[in-house]
Design a protein around this ligand. Sequence first.
Ligand SMILES: [Zn+2]
Length: 100
Amino acid sequence: MSDACDICQQRGEINLVASGIAPITYGKCGDCMERGAENIGVISIWLASYGGPQNAPEYCEQLSSFLASEYVDWHDIREHYRQNEEEILSSFNAEFFGND
Ligand SMILES: [Zn+2]
């Protein structure tokens, strides 16, 4: 098993913690546990499953993630989604419906 955090890639003491939004378990460092940070890829797919950030449940505004070497809040998560929507939707479709 990897000793790097699944959210921020920091190495060190890693704890297994269930995601708050997806049926997966992360290896999380202490910082990410404290912030309740979620993996940006997981959040993106989660948002895609609602048809985009505008349709996500209200608690999405509490989400925290790690992007380009810093922690980000909902505002930046939504912006990241908007900028990468095409790519996110194509991996969402590949994951759930196959490529064809
Ligand atoms: Zn971390």
